[in-house]
Design a protein around this ligand. Sequence first.
Ligand SMILES: Cc1cc2nc3c(=O)[nH]c(=O)nc-3n(C[C@H](O)[C@H](O)[C@H](O)COP(=O)(O)OP(=O)(O)OC[C@H]3O[C@@H](n4cnc5c(N)ncnc54)[C@H](O)[C@@H]3O)c2cc1C
Length: 443
Amino acid sequence: MLDTNPIPKRPRVIIVGGGFAGVNAAKSLAELPVEITLIDRRNHHTFQPLLYQVALAVLSPADIAQPIRGILRKQKNARVLMDELVGIDTAAHQVELATGACLDFDYLVLATGATHSYFGKDEWAKFAPGLKTIEDATEIRRRVLLAFELAERQMIEKGWHPQLNFVVIGGGPTGVELAGAICDIAQLYMKRDFRQIDPSRSKVMLIEGSPRVLGAYPAVLSAKAEKELTRLGVLVRTGVHVTDIGPGWVKIGDQQIDSVVTLWAAGVQASPVGKMLGATTGVKLDNRGCVIVNQTLHPPELPNIFVLGDLAHYEENGKRVPGVAQPAMQMGDHIGKIIAADLTSRPRPPFHYFNKGDLATIGRMDAVANISWPFHAKLSGFVAWVTWLVVHIFFLVGFRNRLAVFATWVWTYMTFTRSARLITGDQSLIGWTEYKANLKGKS
Ligand SMILES: Cc1cc2nc3c(=O)[nH]c(=O)nc-3n(C[C@H](O)[C@H](O)[C@H](O)COP(=O)(O)OP(=O)(O)OC[C@H]3O[C@@H](n4cnc5c(N)ncnc54)[C@H](O)[C@@H]3O)c2cc1C
């Protein structure tokens, strides 16, 4: 067992998850007399809102990720442990880690985020990867870039190649951003580098089950986003549900759609840590496995176990605070106030979410923004896109990353080149053989 108690008098705070919520929670405790251990199964914090730019070869992984040790290097009361939480013993106040270590805690902060949900059809995952981690982004990049390479090779070998159809499932911000970015890369960037095929003839379809894309945004911004996607060349299909996914195809009802690369942006569920806590303690979970917390960010029966960010189901004015970056950061910030109150025997201050608005890009130089602070506005087009750029640069962790991302954006947008277009790993594309066979004679 690890020695976890070097300074016994200081409360031990274990934070699990080095995402927005976990990192902010650790920082909020910097000035308090506590011993923090931040545990993450990865050694880096990922800025998820820019993952799609890694997936579509604008940015490199290191531009949007930062070693957690580096983030907390100067914080003397914090240590970082790369490991995975596999068990919680609330009676013994201990967490169990994948490596076998058990650590004692006085406070436990669970901030393990969310993961993809294939609505019970996990077999779809290999045909339609989702986007959540750096590994997901590089796998999507590999598939998309490989599709163009294989078409070029096929053209040289056989004198024909199948039309390249990409299908993105899910019309939330991630799906909209992915669909717009695939159009961009095909029409503006790839077409300059290939000689045998014309990448700009590729097709992109975005499938959304509800009646409109960006369903959480005001209807006027959804309509603008759909119009702009259509202008870019994305075929938007709303109000339809995917019924099956296989190698080189997607089904809507009985209709089979050929798809050289299928991407999943349709569903999320809480990290399994929610169910783990529910199973051992009986705390209430919502239908996505998120832990229901009160205004001091813990399940009512477990006052020293806080649940933050995407893993938490927290309601204000009868509505669930959304699983996006701002609430996660604000919840993290609030942990410092709660523990400071405990240490000075004051009542815990309640958490209030301060909604500043939502932003989503739609390809090059276009975006929608539903701003609630410092003024109320519904923006679209170039102004929204500039707002998006400024906000994302501002919230990126690390000065080097801000500089690198800013420089890469300027270079990319001015020169129409994408230097992160690397195909790494396996050189084969799942479903390519079936896709080619289905489209033989059609192209
Ligand atoms: C592709 C994409 C685009 C997005 N775009 C936007 C956007 O534009 N704007 C916006 O506001 N929000 C956006 N979001 C949502 C936002 O990123 C999340 O709401 C936010 O990251 C949640 O923060 P979190 O700290 O709760 O979880 P996360 O940031 O997901 O961090 C969870 C951490 O926990 C770790 N972990 C998980 N399980 C374990 C375990 N068992 N043991 C140890 N460590 C574990 C993970 O490795 C991870 O580091 C996007 C999300 C994605 C996936």
